[in-house]
Design a protein. Structure first.
Length: 267
């Protein structure tokens, strides 16, 4: 029997690539979007879901279970980018980012658990970020929200062991997607003390996304995880140096690693 997969944020970028790849491999795939009507040509069904709205979460999951009678894999992919000096980033935007990148995925997980527990089987894959392993300048809020999801997954997966439900993190590096267009940018203020430094870093971040890897690399990694009997706690997917940056953080003195980051971002 084909596995049923639900992908939040499945209408574009990494989520779309994962959905199309799994669909080709014979999985029954459902993606989600806040505006599913915008994607009539999707190769798999797109249903309405806003990770900040629990009612839409429950409705979407009920639709999948009613149609398929099962839900085998949840891929928590929906997320939002945010950049800016922390001092100049409105509190409302910081909270909004955590609602999308942290509280949202948790609420989706909570909503699928009763079904997975009744099946005595399930897999939850949380798409985080390599940025979640380190505090990056002018991406501090994003790093913090993704890092929080990484950590809570470590605890959550232990709590689910007795129910035969697996949970894992997949942290992508830079991929060529439209994430930059949808993220919140704190404005580059003319009188800001961060103007030059933030401006240089912003240009560099956009270059990294534009030159990022093909999202199909993530799709293949997720497919491999789904077919792994005992998934690891953490997976990293991206260019060698992006993944190696996590290793360097582990082995280098904090101040030296900080200096490397500042040099990289031309600060």
């Amino acid at each position: 029997m084909s596995k049923v997969v639900l992908i939040t944020g499945g209408s574009s970028g990494i989520g779309k690539s994962i959905g199309e790849f799994l669909n080709e491999k014979g999985f029954i795939v459902y993606g989600t979007s806040r505006s599913p009507e915008k994607y009539p040509d999707s190769k798999f069904p797109i249903i309405a879901l806003d990770v900040k709205d629990i009612t839409t979460i429950n409705t979407a999951i009920d639709i999948v279970i009613e149609k398929e009678g099962q839900l085998d894999v949840l891929i928590n992919n929906a997320g939002a980018g945010i950049t800016g000096p922390i001092e100049e980033t409105p509190e409302e935007e910081i909270k909004n980012n955590f609602e999308t990148n942290f509280f949202g995925p948790i609420n989706v997980i909570k909503a699928v658990l009763p079904q997975m527990r009744s099946q005595n089987n399930g897999l939850i894959i949380n798409v985080t970020s390599i940025a979640g392993y380190m505090g990056l300048p002018y991406r501090g809020v994003y790093s913090a929200s993704k890092g929080a999801l990484e950590l809570i997954t470590e605890a959550f997966r232990m709590e689910l062991k007795n129910f035969n439900i697996n949970m894992t993190n997949v942290a992508p590096g830079d991929f060529a997607t439209n994430i930059a267009a949808g993220r919140y940018h704190a404005p580059l203020l003319e009188d800001s003390p961060y103007k030059e430094s933030y401006g240089n870093t912003l240009d560099l971040m956009n270059e990294h996304v534009d030159a990022g890897s093909n999202p199909n690399v993530m799709a293949k990694a997720v497919y491999k995880i789904i077919n792994t009997q005992n998934p690891k706690v953490h997976y990293k997917v991206g260019e060698f140096m992006q993944k190696f940056s996590i290793v360097l953080k582990r082995i280098l003195p904090d101040t030296l690693y900080e200096k490397l980051l500042m040099n990289h971002y031309k600060m």
